[in-house]
Structure formats: C-alpha cells, structure tokens
Design a protein. Structure first.
Length: 88
C-alpha cells in the first residue's frame, strides 16, 4: 500500500503543443522542482508531480508560463498514484 504522505501533489495542464520541449527544459533547470511527463499526447496534457515543500514555487513558475501562453488550464488534482482507478 502506498502511503499518501510520501507522495507529491499532482497537477495537470495543457501545454502549447509546438513548445512543450521548452516547458520540459525550463522545468528541468530547477533542481528537484517536479517530475513532468505527457499524460495525454492527443490533447497535449502534461502531468506534474511536485514535492509539497516546493508547491508554492511551482505555482509561481506555472503562473508565469500561463501568462506567456506556454500552458493553460493548470489544475491541482487528486494524485492518481494514490488510487489507480481514479478517473482523471
């Protein structure tokens, strides 16, 4: 059984399709900020696993990315690793 306290907070966002490489590169330039990957390639939805202690910093960075049109629809959601049957 996975212990909930050991899991990261979970976010999803739509990423501008032709610039998703920029998002990935920028996020990886911040040490241990988050783990990102494509959740739905067809809709260009990415998922982000963020350590709780870095959540506010992550939100600030993502707000900037949203302001320049790199992402949209950022949503905090239940971590799908806690309940694999969760329909996100």
């Amino acid at each position: 059984m996975i212990q909930e306290k050991n899991l990261c907070v979970y976010y999803q966002a739509v990423v501008k399709r032709d610039e998703c490489w920029k998002l990935t590169a920028l996020l990886r330039s911040f040490e241990h900020l988050c783990f990102d990957r494509t959740y739905d390639k067809g809709r260009s939805v990415f998922e982000f696993f963020v350590p709780e202690e870095l959540e506010q910093f992550f939100i600030q960075i993502m707000a900037y990315f949203e302001s320049i049109g790199l992402i949209s629809q950022l949503q905090k959601m239940p971590n799908r690793l806690i309940d694999p049957t969760c329909q996100l």
